[in-house]
Every structure is written in structure tokens, then in C-alpha cells.
Ligand binder design. Structure first.
Ligand code: B12
Ligand code: SF4
Length: 500
């Protein structure tokens, strides 16, 4: 429903990381088609494209255009990782998994003209190798937020509809060293940040350690957690004390049989209400994620779910139509049952019914999903859900009105003027304490704390400044052309922020 707006939300971290993994002797250009036009008439030495299911068709087209001109193309990301067989024929190289330990080898092979068809790390990479993303590669003003980072990779769970259920994803969870996380925080040069991990509490002990390190920094932050958060009062306390303002939670459904089929054992429906109350009690906002179309869902599911969310005073809702992403366990089940009715991958964005639901028609599912949005974001619901806690009111109203109610208008405004200014204004109105000196102060504190968390062999420094390096970088991502390199290949890389 809101995908257009979402596209302008934040730049793809994957490509900022690839940029940072690329040695200085190569010039890197990044184009994000979500926010700018991609001109396919350049002549890079190598093109890298990050691909999700819904962008796979477009990625194939881009790859074809470059390959016809003899320019090699490497694809990576969620789709090539979960469905490599669907990608190998469309690229010179297909990367299964994370880039950190593979990118240097790929660049070397590309330079020597001997790219392999498939690259796959023997082990998931050591996250000490994950560099600070190169924020200088994008035009920040085109995005609502440019304050995103992740603390780890993977998830200990394996919900049937999630990419984590793919056998190509490593099992379990790895957190980055705390020094690396703090360095990334410092590189964002703001005290208002978003941890865009699947699950911030994937490891409770790691989360506790990190929260302790975040506590003195004066941050204002947001993240996503699994629905079992309500069982960990101490973590909730530490989150609130360190400046957490909102939690995105995958409640998914109110029907236990749906959770069982989805293999989502960590969710306990009987604990949902108290979890929401505990989060509200600590002054934080709940962004509930729900999924419609499970086999237990009949036509009454939409009203039942939204009424429950409204009764609980949930501040924001993100609804999804269950989507059998290729490579997931759910896809295997529905394929076997002959229930996939739409194979156009551009529709695989959780707003379309691409399979035959069990207890309603595909049309009813799509209509009900839109009705749920209308009902939840109706004027009467917005008034009913208005938080009693005055601190939560400004972010609540801004999100409900500017993003959901008038999202299309705001999105258009953002395209005319700088999107980032709108994001900054909304953040300032929501959280007045993020203004001014707090930013510098937080950065100093991070630097101070960082040294105490130094890990052996980890010598990367905090980049002092991430200002645009005007003139040196043409902007290019959903697809990422890496290059162009000048023929001599050396000494032509854009100036990088100096190490501290
Ligand atoms: C943050 C996030 C968002 C944010 C911001 C997106 C952004 N621009 O960064 C928002 C809220 C906007 C968003 C929106 C959507 N999202 Co989203 N999102 C995520 C999330 C949680 C994190 C993405 C991330 O930054 N990860 C960190 C980076 C570093 O990891 P990475 O991308 O995997 O990259 C690594 C490797 O894959 C590899 N790699 C990646 N690309 C490449 C390219 C090359 C050449 C190479 C060599 C390697 C390589 O190397 C990287 C570093 O190791 C992911 C889940 C996840 N954990 O990945 C879902 C996820 C990607 N989203 C998903 C979906 C469905 C959506 C929406 C369609 C939801 C909706 N209904 O609107 C929209 C689509 C919007 C759009 N058109 O882009 C799905 C995609 C499913 C699929 N199989 O395609 C995911 C996997 C969630 C899930 N559990 O299913 N999303
Ligand atoms: S808890 Fe979330 S991220 Fe983890 S497997 Fe389930 S849906 Fe995926």
C-alpha cells in the first residue's frame, strides 16, 4: 500500500557497505533507482546490483543491457542468496550470502577477467570485517532518513514466510563487535538513529551488553524486536533508559494455528496485550506488523485484527499480505499444493495476493488488506488511539497523519524538495531533545566509549566527517554500478573521509 513512500525512506546499506569494501584505487558510483534515474549508457568496468524478489525483473533488464556491451555484472542480495538458480543465467557472477569476505576476490577476478559463476563463502563472514558504510556515496537529501545501521546479521528463528527459512541463509545470529557498532553510530553524526535489524534482541545477552554501551550516549533511537520482548523487563528498561522511542514488532496474527503453521514459536498471543502495555508504560511507541492470508484467516480477520490493535492503543500498524517469497519454506509448501496463482515477481511486495488463500478468495484478501489500513488509519481510529502520554503524541500524530493519512502528498513534496529536510523536521518536532549540541556530545561519548571496547586486530577508525564530496562522485542502487574505473585503474578514486 505504501511502497512508493517506502522507496524514499532510506538508502540501501548493502551498497554503501560494498562501496566501503572496495579499495580506494577503484572509483565507485552508486545509483539508487528508488530515488533517481539510472542512465544505462555509462561504461563501468564492473556493475554490481543488489536484488530483492520484487526488483529481480528490473535487475535482469539492467544486467542484460550492460552485458550486451561486454560489461560484466555481479548480482547479490536477498534474491540471489535465496534463489541463485534463478539468477546465474542473468549475470556473470551470482553471490550467495554476505559480501564482506567475497568482494575483494570478486574484484580481483573481474580485473583478471576470470569471474566465477557463483561465489559463496564457506562460513558466514566475521562481522569484524564489516566496514563503516560509505554514506558519502549517496545524496542524503533524497531520503527521509540517512541515520540507519544494523547491529548484527541473521535470526535465531526460522519463520516459514521469512527469507531466514531459506537453507542458503546461515542459521543463528551474529552481532557485530560493540566497537564496530559504536563506530558506525559515530559515523552517522546524529544522535537520532534507527537500528534496521530484523530483530534487535535476537541474542538477549548481546542486546544487554550493547544497551549498556548505548546508555551514556544520549541517543534517541528506534528498532525492531521479536514479539517475545515482553518476557524481558530488564531489556525493556534498558531500552527506555538509553533513549529507545519505538519498537516495530511482528505480532503477525491473533490465531495460534497460523503461528504454528508459520513456525513462529516465539510469539505467544496471550502475552500480546501485556507486552504492548509494558512498552507503553515505558513511554515507547508500538509499530505492530500484521500479516493477512494465513490458512486460518477467514473474511472476518481484517476487522478482528484492526479492532484489537485499536483497542490496545497501538500507535502504528504495518499490514502485509502473506507472500510466498521464492526460496522460503512457505513458497515450497504452496508450490507443492499448486496454490501459487501469480508468478510476476514485481507483485511480490506484500500488497498483492499471489497465492490462493484457504478461506477466502484472492480478491477478498486484497480488499480486506486495504480495508484494514483504512479502518486503522480512519479519523475516528486516530482520535481513539491518541496516546495519553503527552510525550508520545507528536510522533504519533506525525506518523499517522503525514505518513499514513497524507503519505502520497508528502511523498510528492519530498520529490520536489529535499526529502531529508522533511525527515529532519518530523524528527525535531517528535523528539525536541535530538536538536543541537546533543549530536556532537553523543559523538564524543561514542569515541570515548569505543576505545574501551577495542577488539584485537580491529584498527578501523571513525570517519570524522561524512559531508558530500561535491564534484567527485556522480550518483548511482537498487542497481549499483561499481565503477567506472579510469583505464589506468589507479589514483582515480574519490577522496574518502580521512581516518580520525
Ligand atoms: C531495513 C529494511 C527495509 C527498509 C529500508 C530499506 C532500505 N532501503 O534499506 C524499508 C522499511 C524501507 C523496507 C521496505 C521494504 N521491504 Co524491507 N527490509 C529491510 C531489512 C530489515 C534490512 C535490510 C538491510 O539493510 N539489511 C542489511 C544489509 C547490509 O544486508 P543485505 O541487504 O542483505 O546485504 C548484504 C548481502 O545480502 C550482500 N549483498 C547485498 N546486495 C549485494 C549486491 C552485490 C553485488 C553483492 C556482491 C552482495 C550483495 O552483501 C551485503 C553485505 O553483507 C530487510 C531484512 C534483512 N535483514 O535484510 C527487509 C527486507 C529486505 N524487506 C523486504 C520487503 C518485502 C520490503 C517491502 C516490499 C515491504 C513492503 N510491504 O513495503 C518494502 C520494499 C521497499 C522497496 N521497494 O525497496 C523483504 C524482502 C523479501 C524478498 N525476498 O525480497 C526483507 C528480506 C524482509 C523479510 N523478512 O522478508 N525494508
Ligand atoms: S523472527 Fe522475524 S526475522 Fe526472524 S525468522 Fe521470523 S520473521 Fe524472520
Amino acid at each position: 500500500m505504501d511502497s512508493a513512500f517506502k522507496r524514499q525512506m532510506a538508502p540501501p546499506l548493502s551498497l554503501l557497505i560494498l562501496g566501503a569494501l572496495t579499495p580506494d584505487r577503484h572509483a565507485v558510483t552508486l545509483t539508487d533507482e528508488n530515488v533517481e534515474r539510472l542512465h544505462l549508457d555509462d561504461n563501468p568496468d564492473l556493475v554490481g546490483i543488489t536484488v530483492k524478489a520484487d526488483t529481480a525483473v528490473r535487475a535482469q533488464h539492467i544486467a542484460r543491457v550492460y552485458r550486451q556491451r561486454g560489461i560484466p555484472v555481479v548480482v547479490g542480495g536477498i534474491y540471489p542468496t535465496t534463489c541463485p538458480d534463478d539468477c546465474v543465467d542473468h549475470a556473470d557472477a551470482c553471490v550467495i550470502g554476505e559480501a564482506e569476505e567475497l568482494w575483494a576476490e570478486i574484484l580481483r577476478d573481474a580485473e583478471n577477467g576470470c569471474l566465477r559463476k557463483v561465489y559463496r563463502g564457506a562460513q558466514p563472514p566475521d562481522l569484524r570485517l564489516s566496514p563503516t558504510p560509505r554514506w558519502d556515496l549517496i545524496a542524503e537529501k533524497k531520503y527521509l532518513y540517512t541515520n540507519t545501521l544494523t547491529i548484527g546479521r541473521g535470526c535465531p528463528f526460522s519463520c516459514a514466510f521469512c527469507y531466514n527459512s531459506s537453507p542458503n541463509l546461515p542459521a543463528g545470529y551474529r552481532m557485530k563487535p560493540i566497537s564496530g557498532i559504536l563506530r558506525e553510530l559515530a559515523s552517522l553524526h546524529t544522535s537520532h538513529v534507527m537500528f534496521i535489524d530484523d530483530n534487535f534482541i535476537a541474542s538477549k545477552s548481546c542486546a544487554r551488553r550493547l544497551l549498556e554501551a548505548l546508555q551514556p550516549l544520549g541517543l534517541t533511537w528506534h528498532t525492531a524486536v521479536s514479539a517475545d520482548i515482553g518476557r524481558y523487563d530488564d531489556i525493556l528498561d534498558a531500552m527506555a533508559a538509553s533513549g529507545c522511542e519505538s519498537l516495530f514488532i511482528g505480532f503477525e496474527t491473533l490465531d495460534p494455528s497460523n503461528l504454528k503453521r508459520a513456525n513462529k514459536r516465539q510469539n505467544l498471543i496471550e502475552g500480546y496485550n501485556s507486552t504492548i502495555a509494558k512498552i507503553h508504560g515505558r513511554g515507547m511507541i508500538v509499530n505492530a506488523s500484521v500479516v493477512f492470508g494465513f490458512d486460518g484467516d477467514g473474511p472476518d480477520v481484517f476487522a478482528r485484527t484492526t479492532d484489537w490493535l485499536i483497542d490496545q492503543g497501538v500507535e502504528t500498524m504495518t499490514a502485509h499480505i502473506l507472500t510466498p517469497y521464492p526460496g522460503t519454506e512457505l513458497h515450497g509448501q504452496l508450490e507443492k499444493a499448486g496454490r501459487i496463482i501469480d508468478r510476476d515477481l514485481t507483485h511480490y511486495n506484500t500488497s498483492r495476493a499471489v497465492f490462493e488463500p484457504a478461506r477466502m478468495s484472492a480478491e477478498e484478501l486484497e480488499r480486506g488488506y486495504l480495508d484494514a489500513y483504512r479502518r486503522f488509519y480512519s479519523w475516528s481510529s486516530i482520535v481513539r488511539r491518541l496516546p495519553r502520554d503527552s510525550r508520545r503524541r507528536a510522533p504519533y500524530l506525525l506518523f499517522n497523519l503525514l505518513y499514513r493519512k497524507f503519505g502520497k502528498v508528502v511523498s510528492m513534496l519530498g520529490r520536489i524538495g529535499p526529502m531529508r529536510s522533511l525527515g529532519k523536521l518530523a524528527a525535531r518536532l517528535s523528539y525536541p531533545r535530538i536538536d543541537g549540541p546533543a549530536v556532537a556530545l553523543a559523538t564524543q561519548k561514542i569515541t570515548a566509549v569505543d576505545s574501551s571496547y577495542q577488539i584485537p586486530g580491529d584498527s578501523q577508525q571513525i570517519p570524522p566527517d561524512r559531508k558530500r564530496q561535491t564534484g567527485s562522485l556522480p550518483l548511482a542502487s537498487r542497481p549499483l554500478p561499481v565503477g567506472p574505473h579510469k583505464p589506468e585503474g589507479l589514483g582515480n578514486s574519490p577522496a574518502r573521509p580521512k581516518p580520525a
